[in-house]
Design a protein around this ligand. Sequence first.
Ligand code: NAD
Length: 348
Amino acid sequence: MKTLLVTGSSGLIGSEVVAGFSGDGWEVHGVDNNMRADFFGPQGDTRWNLQRIREAHPAFKHHELDIRNRPAVLELLRSVSPDAVVHAAAQPSHDLAASRPFDDFDVNAVGTLNLLEAARLAAPEAPFVHMSTNKVYGDAPNEIALVEKDTRWDYGDPDYADGIRETFRIDQSKHSLFGASKVAADVMVQEYGRYFGMGTCCLRGGCLTGPNHSGVELHGFLSYLIKCNLEGRTYRVFGYKGKQVRDNIHSHDVVAFMKRFIAAPRKGEVYNLGGGRANSVSILEAFGLISEISGKPMKHEYVDQNRQGDHICYISNLDKLKAHFPGWGITKDLRTTFEEIHAAWLRR
Ligand SMILES: NC(=O)c1ccc[n+]([C@@H]2O[C@H](COP(=O)([O-])OP(=O)(O)OC[C@H]3O[C@@H](n4cnc5c(N)ncnc54)[C@H](O)[C@@H]3O)[C@@H](O)[C@H]2O)c1
């Protein structure tokens, strides 16, 4: 039986990893200390999700551990000796980082280094998949010529018709402190591939979403937007006329990609992993779609000031992923994803 270690296992992506690999017969060890509740308060609490995965996967082994605890991380890697590592624990919010700069950097950058070095010492052959983010590109995507349409901004430059590629520059733009700590981690993961020859990759996520997100205003845009619609709460739109565009990928399709990478790892790769153009949506369009699904109007208020460093239009180019792993593709379209999140909030 193969063994997987996943960090952030009570979160959106981590819990999908637990389900996906347990379902394939792997022994799965998860690391999570519920720090999301510390970052975002009770609404960010992930215990309900831990309980859910424990019930669904009785063989799953949970480790209540802080990835900032370097000796404990090494000890765990030595005792589990995994065949693969997925690193999905993080301080994930662009906006929150400015108020908690040390926690953000200690978790995102130093925590990643703790895991990489422990993996190199204890399990150097294990493929290491790191959840990075499109925020490593800072706000440089906002320099691409845009056109304003009725409900969304779109790229005016035909070079970007299929989205942003991995060759896009990562420096000399505004990242937010979160984007900067994730750049440090991203480059370190590449380095453990290139310098030490480990099978590593960085998945630079667009908007990752799904029914098991503990969505809050500061993180998990679709999950939070759909929750607001359901509860009749007012959703605040920050700038860009509500026409800002995100490409959304269901956590199921994220994990499907991880499985392919782990089965055929490469060294120090980076991939832009989002929903691509077909799964892109603006905030205004998302309001329309959820109202159609729920039958409820969307209450919202407009705040003139956009979030610092926020993307106006971000669509991931998926060509590299598909070229390296031809069997992989998006299986959950936007509507299905909305419906699943909506149904999950109704249940919760
Ligand atoms: N959700 C998105 O839209 C999105 C987009 C791009 C990139 N990402 C990246 O994907 C990864 C997973 O995101 P997510 O949406 O699943 O986040 P999430 O907040 O749902 O899950 C992260 C988990 O990590 C745990 N955690 C945080 N600090 C920890 C620590 N010090 N020790 C142990 N556990 C800790 C949290 O409690 C939480 O359960 C993150 O690296 C994030 O930056 C997410």
